[in-house]
Design a protein around this ligand. Sequence first.
Ligand SMILES: [Zn+2]
Ligand SMILES: [Zn+2]
Length: 155
Amino acid sequence: MRSPDQLVTAFRSSGRKVTPQRERIFSILHDNPSHPTAESVHAAVVADMPSVSLRTVYATLHELAEMGELRQLQLGTGSARFDPNVGDHHHLVCDDCGAVQDIGARFPGVRLDPDNPYGFVADATEIVFRGRCRDCLATETHPMRNKQQGATPHG
Ligand SMILES: [Zn+2]
Ligand SMILES: [Zn+2]
């Protein structure tokens, strides 16, 4: 995703409206490694701008995705996650707390056979590593561990 200033210019030049609310959303997402949900972006926006609706947040996220500035990911964590990192990368997904982290990985052996029976041509391959994050592993050894408390994303 480009910088908030560049996005303002890009939005304007594509005939889209730039409001202070949208600028706030741009800056929340910029360099944000937490793969936030629309709900968590909304929570961050209303901290400064209580009148912003979740609908406005969704609309802005979808416009950014349409413009190729943001990737929408379905990682099996419940809600869609939004990723400002549109470069080539893969994800670590914590099954306990839903934390999502970027990871580089090489897998030269994973290739679709060009003679596959579907005649399918793959443009991209994405790998999701599922397991538990460092924070969840640390609490796991704690005798008072409670599964319910582990449901808060660590970011
Ligand atoms: Zn975790
Ligand atoms: Zn990512």
